[in-house]
Design a protein around this ligand. Structure first.
Ligand code: ATP
Ligand code: MG
Length: 389
């Protein structure tokens, strides 16, 4: 089974490429479902049909659904939320503020992820294609399983092994509102739903993210940031899709500069995402709406190749804290120590190994820190950044 996540800056063509990929997967005989987690759903528009919160057959072997995360959250979170509100009120927070505070940002979206887990577990699908929200939200979304687990452990330290004996004890020593059985049951249900989501999405044999970009500076810069963060969170990116390139057939001299611009940006894209392969998609002469047009777009993108195939197996970056500072490790399996040249340009780390260039955009936490050491060990480059004071 494969899970393909499509993300990129707003308007770059995420929905279009996700939908086209799904059509081609179904054409190849894979039982395919395409889901959108973006609250601003437009998957239905791409297929030119009504899609809702129930799965609908789009064409032979292809099903689709626009997940309504809000509904699911209200189900699962209500009991926990009212308890939190009671605690906030107990702490002197007024009614309205308590209500606001008990809303965890992004929590609704996490339920979209738990739906993906449910589909994956059902065994009914060969390929699950996910049309994600624009990058910033997607990064937040994909970091949520980890963040939320941390939050819940602290809020409900009994965690999975809910110890009901604790509540009456708590009640007798303080007048802090004690969570009732309904709250504990809700916490348990919540853990169950969250359990395994991160494992599934960071399992590189199953899940790959694909980044959609246009040949524009800001779009590429944002996608590179996303690439860095996805790598750090352990998600694997197996392809970049450069969309809306001017076709060769456009020969009007007016477009000469635009075509040169495409080439320049393609070079930056190749370098900034290496060793992840870059797939190219041209600007179509019409809107890409409906199964037939999406199929043609998907065929141009993947040819006869299996669209769900793993296109790259790049290990994620790792960030570890040591006494010497924070160590960022990146796999460079073929690098030879003598050939390695390391440079730094603002928030970029430039790595050159013989003829190959790779530039890694640093995460915020490392941007302003000095590199104090770099070493090539067992096929991985380890760069140490000075500790923060
Ligand atoms: N290669 C292309 N050629 C022509 N039109 C395209 C191409 N790619 C996308 N489009 C059109 O651009 C519009 C936006 O594309 P799409 O909805 O796929 O972007 P998106 O990244 O999902 O946007 P959003 O961030 O709003 O979800 C659509 O009308 C789509 O048909
Ligand atoms: Mg979209």
């Amino acid at each position: 089974m494969r899970i393909l996540l499509f993300t990129g800056k707003g308007g770059v063509g995420k929905t279009t490429t996700a939908a086209a990929t799904a059509v081609r997967c179904a054409d190849a005989g894979q039982r395919t479902i395409v889901l959108s987690t973006d609250p601003a759903h437009s998957l239905g528009d791409a297929f030119d049909m009504e899609l809702g919160d129930l799965t609908v057959e789009i064409t032979d072997g292809l099903w689709g659904q626009q997940l309504d995360a809000q509904d699911r959250m209200e189900d699962a979170w209500e009991d926990i939320q009212s308890y939190l509100q009671a605690v906030f009120r107990w702490g002197g927070v007024d009614e309205i503020e308590a209500e606001e505070l008990s809303v965890v940002p992004g929590l609704d979206e996490i339920f979209a992820l738990t739906d993906i887990k449910r589909y994956a577990a059902s065994g009914e699908w060969d390929t699950i294609v996910v049309d994600c929200a624009p990058t910033a939200e997607t990064i937040r979304l994909l970091s949520l399983p980890g963040v939320l687990a941390w939050w819940m452990e602290r809020l409900f330290p009994m965690g999975r092994r809910v110890n009901k004996v604790v509540s009456p004890l708590l009640g007798s020593v303080t007048d802090l509102p004690v969570p009732g059985d309904d709250v504990f049951a809700a916490v348990e249900r919540f853990y169950e739903r969250l359990d395994g989501v991160k494992e599934l999405l960071t399992d590189r044999t199953v899940t790959s993210a694909r980044l959609v970009v246009n040949p524009e500076r800001i779009v590429v810069a944002e996608a590179r940031r996303t690439f860095t963060y996805l790598s750090l969170f352990g998600y694997s990116v197996d392809a970049v899709i450069a969309n809306r390139l001017l076709p060769d057939a456009v020969s009007d001299p007016w477009f000469e500069d635009w075509k040169q611009r495409d080439l320049d940006h393609l070079a930056t894209i190749e370098e900034g995402f290496a060793p992840v392969p870059v797939l190219r998609a041209e600007l179509a002469p019409h809107e890409l709406v409906g199964v037939d047009r999406l199929r043609a777009f998907g065929t141009a993108l993947y040819g006869d190749d299996d669209p769900a195939r793993h296109r790259a197996d790049v290990s994620p970056m790792r960030l570890e804290r040591t006494d010497a500072g924070d160590v960022l490790s990146v796999d460079l399996p073929f690098a030879d120590r003598d050939e390695l040249v390391l440079g730094r340009r603002d928030d970029e780390l430039l790595v050159r190994v013989g003829p190959y260039r790779r530039s890694i955009l640093l995460p915020d936490s490392l941007k302003r820190r000095q590199v104090v050491d770099a070493a090539l060990r067992d096929g991985a480059l380890a760069v140490t950044f000075a500790p923060t004071r």
